[in-house]
Design a protein around this ligand. Structure first.
Ligand code: ADP
Ligand code: MG
Length: 647
């Protein structure tokens, strides 16, 4: 157990990091890997021989070979073998810091003092073996993350002065036009200027369905263009792209290990004094140096510090491969005890591509004119409803008017100056006439449609109705969410009472309507105030603050939505509701593994401590015994790396 940090790398490996594996340089990686393997092999052979000899002596089968080795030779072996570990303990001691390796060193010194150098060697051997296996496990978890980062495009084919140039990605700037041929990776985030292709994001999001890209479509770095050539105007490059943010997010997950580590450190703060006391009592009461050494030795396992972070890291790494990104392992702990699931409606529960179904002109305006003014006002809005309005206008071949002073009022609608007139589009609450609205409204809302009001210079000129489809997999996903123990599911929406009620009834969930973004935060806080762990699922449109406020905010279809990625704690790169129960079940599986890890270690260490204190465990066996929990934890946790999605 490494109780305190003994070195100061900015980010440290979890658990015992006293080996040299903390921050491997990529270049030296394979060389050091080879060296490490050879040294480990030699150490294993040496230790195996030593164990056979010592056990043989112990059973009286061999003569006392080890006793014939002079004491200074024994010390020399220990120092040579244990140099990397011992150096760090000394460094820590000079800074007045105690680590569990300090404890181990005391045990080791005790073993030397009573003349058992083989025990001292074995302590160090098992320590370093555990380090090695741990390194192996964490590397596999990081590998998944690095694999993702390796997908980042390195070069782009840029059009300059009518010619195409292959240039390094760093030299591409916003506004540059890049060409992407069939089968190539799209190097930037941007908008298609000309050409047509199917774009596949499977490597990043796991979504196997390619999307059709035509002029005007937004495309994203690291996705692959197939069956066609695209000319794309660059909007974002490198770290500013969605992909760049995703990578940063997952890499950020590594720093969260520090949080988890702190928990382990806190635990060690209690554990070390207990061990110290048991050792002292053994010495004072039993007057037995051998037992005292055994107590110190058996306690020096780093299992407790490993138990949690290794499992979390394995899960985070495995999930990243499948397009589920966790900003930190601690969200797995929170998800495992989730009580309440809050879901945003538009774009989250529904497909988010509402279609305009009705245009109701009022007060002498024509259908065309109402749609033209509404679509012009919505020109710069990113809301799914705005897409529906603009889409309907485009279908009718309507040319949009110039728009000035555009303003989006989150959860309400938009307002802009169109041809000199002030045009508002949105819910009834933002209209100057707060009355009941025309009779048509009731009929439309009873059909579960969302009604938008259009005002021109404060006079109602018409209504638009849009219908959105509930994602087909939602009902089944919510069923699983409930079976995973999250009993309360609630729909949060800025839409009207009637529309929300109709939807909530079909899904059998609770609902709250007419919420502004700040009201959504308030609902999250309300549940939290009751001591509930709140998970919120949203798409980042008008719900980002609530996502951030929730204990765990999950962003759906986050690929392409920077707001969602920034605000949420977990990003699902794919638009698939089945990933929500999946995330919950990953969390549960992970915490089950953590519990097994901790439970096993606790029982094992306690038994070991007791046996050692009572003198039933000679130091040499204690040294061998203390390494077992580490190996069990590593093996148990690496199951999570292989974990397959439940379907
Ligand atoms: P939800 O909570 O269902 O995801 P929002 O909070 O995004 O919905 O929006 C709530 C309501 O605000 C919508 O039902 C609509 O009436 C209105 N609204 C928001 N943005 C716009 C917009 N760009 N155009 C028209 N209406 C909008
Ligand atoms: Mg929304």
């Amino acid at each position: 157990m490494s109780a305190q940090n003994t070195i100061e790398p900015p980010v440290r490996e979890p658990g015992c990091t006293e080996c040299s594996c903390a921050e491997p340089q990529r270049r030296e990686e394979s060389a050091s890997k080879f060296r490490r393997s050879v040294l480990t092999l030699l150490a294993v052979v040496f230790a195996a021989v030593l164990i056979v000899v010592v056990v043989g002596e112990w059973l009286g089968r061999f003569e006392a070979y080890t006793e014939r080795v002079p004491w200074y030779a024994g010390v020399a072996i220990v120092v040579l073998f244990g140099y990397p570990v011992l150096r760090k303990v000394v460094q820590a001691a000079l800074k007045r810091r105690v680590t569990s390796h300090t404890l181990m060193t005391v045990g080791l010194l005790a073993a030397l003092v009573i003349g058992q150098w083989p025990t001292a060697v074995l302590i160090i051997f098992f320590m370093r073996l555990a380090d090695y296996v741990e390194h192996f496990t964490t590397e596999r978890a990081y590998h998944a993350i690095r694999e993702l980062a390796a997908l980042a495009p390195q070069t782009a084919r840029v059009e300059r002065n009518g010619k195409e140039h292959d240039v390094p990605i760093e030299t591409v700037a916003a506004g540059d036009v890049v060409i992407i041929r069939p089968g190539e990776k799209i190097p930037v985030d941007g908008e298609v200027l000309s050409g047509q292709a199917t774009v596949n994001q499977a490597t990043i999001t796991g979504e196997s369905m390619p999307v059709e890209a035509v002029p005007g479509t937004k495309v994203f770095a690291a996705s692959i263009a197939q069956l066609g050539t695209l000319r794309v105007r660059t909007v974002h490059v490198g770290p500013d792209t969605t992909f760049g943010r995703v990578i940063r997010l997952v890499e950020g997950a590594e720093t969260h290990r520090a949080d988890v580590q702190r928990v382990a450190d806190k635990f060690s703060a209690y554990y070390l004094p207990v061990v110290g006391t048991v050792a002292l009592l053994t010495f004072l009461i039993g007057r037995n140096a051998l037992s005292t050494a055994a107590v110190l030795v058996v306690a020096c396992s780093c299992s407790f510090a490993l138990a949690t972070p290794i499992a979390l890291l394995a899960s985070v790494g495995a999930a990243a491969k499948r397009g589920l990104l966790f900003k930190g392992g601690k969200y797995l702990e929170l998800l495992a005890r989730a009580d309440v699931l809050l879901v945003d409606k538009t774009g989250t529960l529904t497909l988010g591509h509402p279609r305009l179904t009705d245009v109701v002109p009022l007060n002498g305006f024509s259908q065309q004119e109402v749609l033209r003014l509404a679509a012009s006002a919505e020109r710069f809005s990113e809301h799914p409803l705005a897409d529906a309005v603009r889409g309907a206008a485009a279908e009718q071949g309507i040319v949009l008017a110039e728009t000035e002073d555009f303003r989006a009022l989150p959860g309400l609608g938009v307002r802009a100056r169109v041809e000199g007139a002030l045009v508002s589009v949105g819910s009834r609450r933002m209209m100057s006439d707060g009355g009941n609205g025309p009779p048509a409204v009731g009929t439309l809302e009873a059909q579960g449609k969302t009604v938008l009001y259009i005002e021109r210079d404060r006079a109602l000129i018409g209504l638009l109705a849009a219908a959105d489809t509930v994602r087909p997999e939602v009902a089944g996903a919510l069923e699983r969410v409930r079976s995973l123990g999250v009993k309360h599911v609630e729909l949060l929406t800025g839409d009207t009472e009637q529309t929300a009620a109709a939807l909530a009834r079909t899904l059998g969930i609770a609902y709250r309507a007419r919420l502004l973004p700040e009201d959504k935060i308030a609902v999250v806080k309300e549940h939290q105030a009751q001591g509930k762990t709140v998970v919120m699922v949203g798409d980042g449109v008008n719900d980002a603050p609530a996502l951030a406020q929730a204990d765990v905010g999950i962003a759906m279809g986050a690929f392409g939505s920077d707001v969602a990625i920034e605000a949420a704690h977990v990003s699902l790169l794919r638009d698939d509701w089945r990933l929500v129960p999946e995330v919950l079940s990953i969390a549960r599986r992970t915490m089950r593994v953590v519990k097994i890890n901790i439970g096993f270690t606790a029982v094992y260490n306690l038994a070991g401590l007791l046996l050692a204190a009572l003198g039933f465990l000679p130091p040499i066996l204690a040294a061998a015994a203390q390494s077992l929990p580490d190996l069990v934890i590593l093996g148990n946790s690496s199951r999570l790396l292989r974990a397959q999605p439940h379907r």
